[in-house]
Design a protein around this ligand. Structure first.
Ligand code: TMP
Length: 215
């Protein structure tokens, strides 16, 4: 029987430590014969990567930021995510729309109702049932408090526009993720990102295995 596509997003504040686990999960899926599309937001297509560079480096108001990340998302969905899911692949995406709610909505204080409207426009796609939006099948949320994340980021690469934000901004972003997780409890798997790397990896595996996608 052909595999059906699986869409998993990874969320958390900067410094929460998602990256190595995303790579590890890609390897685990490949080891079981699945084709994996590893991608990220903003980005994932040539156009969306150009928008990413602008969003991460240029100063702009929160609405402009929201419009650009959703423009990037539309292109990413159409050019990359939807075709990969149609081919039955596993799509592992470093951040998706929850990041827009957390960063632009809660972090920057932008109107979340407007974000919901943009979400409905951008994530309704040909081939999906009427009213249905493309959403991840699972969102793995690396939950870490802002203080610990900031300590982990000290001495790391040159910070981009978001990484350079004050602690208070990241406290709001964490609250934003918590609110999204409470709103969508079935889709979210919360992982304690303050735990050891091994414990975090085990939790990531458990979240995926409990859904039957990995043996
Ligand atoms: P990262 O890929 O290194 O995590 O960087 C992406 C940055 O962009 C991160 O600081 C979060 C931010 N971001 C938003 O502000 N809104 C969004 O919708 C997305 C996807 C990311």
């Amino acid at each position: 029987m052909a595999n059906s596509g699986v869409f998993i997003s990874f969320e958390g504040i900067d410094g929460a430590g998602k990256s190595t686990h995303i790579e590890g999960l890609a390897e685990a899926f490949r080891a079981q014969g699945r084709v994996v599309t590893l991608t990220r937001e903003p980005g994932g297509t040539p156009l969306a990567e150009k928008l990413r560079a602008i969003v991460l480096n240029d100063t702009m108001d929160a609405m402009t930021e929201a419009l650009l990340v959703f423009a990037a998302r539309r292109d990413h969905l159409q050019q990359c995510i939807e075709p990969a899911l149609a081919r039955g692949e596993v799509v592992l995406c470093d951040r998706f729309t929850d990041a827009t709610f957390a960063y632009q909505g809660y972090g920057r204080g932008f109107d979340r109702q407007v974000l919901s409207v943009l979400e409905r426009w951008v994530q309704a796609l040909p081939g999906l049932p009427e009213q249905a939006l493309r959403q991840p099948d699972l969102t793995i949320w690396f939950d870490l408090n802002a203080e610990l994340a900031a300590r982990r980021l000290v001495g790391a690469r040159h910070p981009d526009k978001f990484e350079a934000q004050p602690l208070e901004f990241f406290r709001r972003v964490v609250a934003g993720y918590a609110a999204r997780a409470a709103e969508f409890p079935k889709r979210f798997a919360r992982i304690d990102a303050a735990a050891s790397r091994e414990a975090v990896w085990q939790d990531v595996l458990d979240a995926v295995k409990s859904r039957g996608w990995l043996a």
